[in-house]
Design a binder for this molecule. Structure first.
Ligand SMILES: NC(=O)c1ccc[n+]([C@@H]2O[C@H](COP(=O)([O-])OP(=O)(O)OC[C@H]3O[C@@H](n4cnc5c(N)ncnc54)[C@H](OP(=O)(O)O)[C@@H]3O)[C@@H](O)[C@H]2O)c1
Length: 346
């Protein structure tokens, strides 16, 4: 029996205090991975047995930003160690690494919660185009937007967490498409902070390139379009922009309402969908801002209907590293373990 205190890693120790689930993180030195370590180290129902980074050559290192939250050491990725030390492994890896490690872990009987896009796309041809490293999906993969798919998540062997942009778009739009209130084109105009691109610097994410500027990218070529369209069952024009913030996403969504639809019907559909969702806050005519959700697992959704009742504009915000990544993954863990969804998150 491990005597590790809550919040302190039991490095490389295969047992856990009674009643707690052993979890591990691969990709712990990345932006999303560090958020996972921060959340899991304080989660009352799990023990974090391992936090790993990239390859066999990476030297063991601490996570200075998490001192006194988690005082363990990040070690090199080792699949055998993950299999013996963890019941559930979180993958916060680039998608090609997730495709390989995720499939191997599932094959060896370990449950996986993956943050990458490797397992999100069900259609083989589409997946081949956007995530070519995933030749096929292992058995038991579930696309896991917790507010929409709790029942299937409980049975999953591999929980495939939605992307950050799709999480915002789907939480706003799915209740309305399901209620049959929309017609015509759907436009998702999205802004993201730079941490959405991960920690490796590039021309696009360099401070001097994005400070004082806003740039559109990925028009008709962003892989999150395929994911949003798959889940929504509708064509979407998705235009992402990089804005000079470290974290946060704001999406402005433009849609047309079916003739005769009232604002009250829109409100009712949204309220019905999220009546018991702890992390979706409906703000109605009050439009939400990124500052309201930064560092939290909340997704805030506001909307306005024009006077003619023909056009609807929605504004959605979330923190890409929490509700768009690590927080949503922990929410899915809570569902998997039949815990209150808020455990370790509120
Ligand atoms: N950033 C976001 O807002 C966000 C939101 C939702 C989903 N995601 C997804 O979550 C995953 C992680 O994103 P991130 O932004 O945290 O990335 P990141 O900051 O670039 O971190 C990547 C992590 O993976 C490790 N790694 C890199 N190459 C590897 C390899 N070949 N084998 C094993 N480990 C490797 C890195 O270790 P080293 O430190 O040793 O290099 C690091 O720990 C990605 O798939 C991303 O698409 C990200």
């Amino acid at each position: 029996m491990v005597t590790t205190a809550p919040g302190v890693a039991a490095q490389s120790n295969p047992s856990a205090p009674a009643g707690r689930t052993r979890v591990a993180v691969a990709g712990a030195t990345g932006y999303a991975g560090q958020e996972l370590v921060r959340l899991l180290a304080r989660h009352p129902q799990v023990v974090l047995t391992d936090a790993m980074s990239s390859g066999a050559t990476s030297a063991p290192r601490p996570l200075p930003a998490l001192r006194r939250v988690w005082d363990g050491t990040v070690t090199a990725l080792n699949v055998d160690q993950l299999v013996s030390n963890a019941d559930i492994v979180f993958l916060a890896l680039p998608e090609a690494a997730s495709a390989e490690v995720g499939s191997a872990l599932v094959q060896r009987g370990v449950r996986v919660i993956d943050l990458s896009g490797a397992f999100r796309i069900r259609n083989d041809a589409d997946r081949q185009r956007w995530y070519p490293a995933t030749a096929s999906l292992p058995p038991g993969v579930v696309y896991a937007l917790p507010e929409r798919h709790a029942a299937t998540i409980r049975e999953a062997r591999l929980v495939s967490c939605p992307g950050c942009y799709p999480t915002a778009a789907l939480l706003a739009l799915e209740p309305l498409t399901e209620a049959g209130l929309l017609e015509g084109s759907i436009v998702v105009d999205a802004k993201s902070g730079i941490s959405g691109a991960g920690k490796a610097p590039s021309d696009r994410t360099h401070f001097c390139e994005n400070h004082g500027s806003v740039a559109a990218y990925g028009i008709f070529s962003h892989r999150h379009t395929a994911e949003i369209e798959q889940e929504l069952g509708a064509r979407v024009t998705f235009v992402p922009h990089l804005v000079p913030l470290d974290r946060g996403i704001l999406e402005t969504i433009y849609v047309s309402l079916k003739p005769g639809t009232t604002e009250a019907q829109v409100t009712e559909a949204m309220q019905r969908a999220y009546a018991s969702a702890p992390f979706v806050r409906l703000t109605g005519n009050e439009l939400p801002e990124i500052k309201h959700v930064a560092h939290t697992n909340f997704c805030d959704i506001g909307w306005r209907v024009d006077e003619a009742g023909a056009r609807l504009v929605m504004v959605v915000v979330l923190d890409n590293l929490v509700k768009g990544a690590a927080g949503q993954a922990v929410q899915n863990l809570n569902i998997l373990l039949d815990l209150d969804e808020r455990t370790g998150l509120l």
